[in-house]
Write a protein that binds this ligand. Structure first.
Ligand code: PHE
Length: 357
């Protein structure tokens, strides 16, 4: 019988020296396969006296177990090393720009939301959010649009099926529900904008079933329509990058504001180009008004103490105007040629940040 310790050292050394899975398997077969050295020695046990067997049996079994463990460990080491080598070889720096043909771009809507956010942030507005799938209460009731109110029909609402309690959720038809969520979540004063998706069952050259709005809400003591006008003027000048802008407030009706107005901005359509700011033409861009005292009451704010204004701008609308994009539907066609033409480089900074640099 060979000296088991010497044999174990020898076999372990060959396992340690193995460099690939094939040679490791050869070593395993040569030691533990049917005719392997260890297996043959196991067979010898039968010819031994009971005393010898008691000594060699456990020793051989121990050797076999340790050798199998060592082979398994070596296999893991080799696999880990192979993975490491592959990770090294296939390493890519994802912060480097890709080749031009695979480079993405920022969608004009995202760019405009960034621009609008930046302009209002500078004026001290925080950004608020609400869900796209909204409860009837926030989208309508709390905004002074009770059930059966004709304004509900005006909204072409997408309704969800009724739940167990008889409530129907909606895809929000405007960003105004974020006004309610804001006023219910903390006490006044408030100064927020809420950009986001809105949905109405409507589709033609100037309407898509999903579109974007940005809501603004200011609630404080002594807020009046002058603040609304001043804020809108500052926003429009900064956004369209013009020094002068004529605005027209047309009386309108929204259940959640009183008085209400729609705002047109002056523009000029000469030579197939739109010039924003001045001219003989008018373009409607937003709805606004002083927050209806009934809405304040609905959210537990005392209208004798607090007032405010709100407005809702169509983001897609102002993006088309600023960047000369003629068809609204193209925004959502995911046509790569369109995206390449109208998209922005990923590191383009919103216009406001670069002013005066
Ligand atoms: N929510 C209105 C709309 O979608 C716009 C609006 C917002 C009007 C805030 C007044 C005040 O048409």
């Amino acid at each position: 019988m060979e000296d088991l310790q010497v044999l174990e050292q020898e076999l372990t050394a060959t396992v340690n020296a193995a460099n690939d899975l094939n040679s490791l398997e050869d070593i395993r077969v040569a030691a533990l396969g049917k005719k392997g050295r260890v297996s043959l020695m196991m067979r010898e046990l039968g010819k031994m006296t009971p005393e010898q067997r008691q000594e060699f049996g456990p020793a051989l079994n121990g050797l076999k177990t340790r050798l199998l463990d060592r082979i398994a460990d070596r296999k893991n080491e080799m696999e880990a090393a192979a993975l490491d080598a592959r990770l090294q070889a296939e390493k890519i720096d994802i912060t480097l720009p890709g080749p031009a043909e695979v480079q993405g771009s920022i969608h004009p809507i995202s760019q405009v939301i960034d621009e609008v956010t930046e302009i209002f942030a500078e004026m001290g507005f925080a950004v608020a959010e609400g869900p796209d799938i909204e409860e009837d209460f926030y989208n309508f009731t709390a905004l002074n649009i009770p059930a059966e109110h004709p304004a509900r029909q005006m909204h072409d609402t997408f309704y969800f099926p009724e739940d167990e309690d008889g409530n129907r959720k909606v895809l929000r038809t405007h960003t105004s529900p974020v006004q309610i969520r804001t006023m219910m979540s903390s006490p006044p004063p408030h100064r927020i904008i809420a950009p986001g998706r809105t949905f109405r069952c409507d589709s033609d050259a100037t309407h898509t079933p999903m579109f974007h709005q940005v809501e603004a809400l200011v609630i404080d003591k002594d807020i009046h329509m002058g603040h609304l006008k001043g804020t809108l003027e500052a926003f429009i000048k900064a956004f369209f990058e013009v020094n002068n802008v004529t605005m027209r407030f047309r009386p309108s009706y929204f259940p959640f504001t009183e008085p209400s107005a729609e705002v047109d901005i002056g523009c000029d359509f000469k030579a197939g180009e739109i010039k924003i700011g001045e001219g003989d033409d008018w373009l409607e861009i937003l709805g606004c008004g002083m927050v209806n005292p009934r809405v304040l009451e609905n959210v537990g704010i005392d209208p004798n103490e607090y007032q405010g204004f709100a407005f809702g701008v169509g983001i897609d609308r102002i993006a088309m105007l600023k960047y000369g994009i003629p068809d609204l539907r193209a925004f959502f066609d995911a046509d790569l040629r369109w995206l390449k033409h109208y998209g922005f480089a990923a590191l383009d900074i919103p216009t406001l940040s670069t002013r005066g640099v």
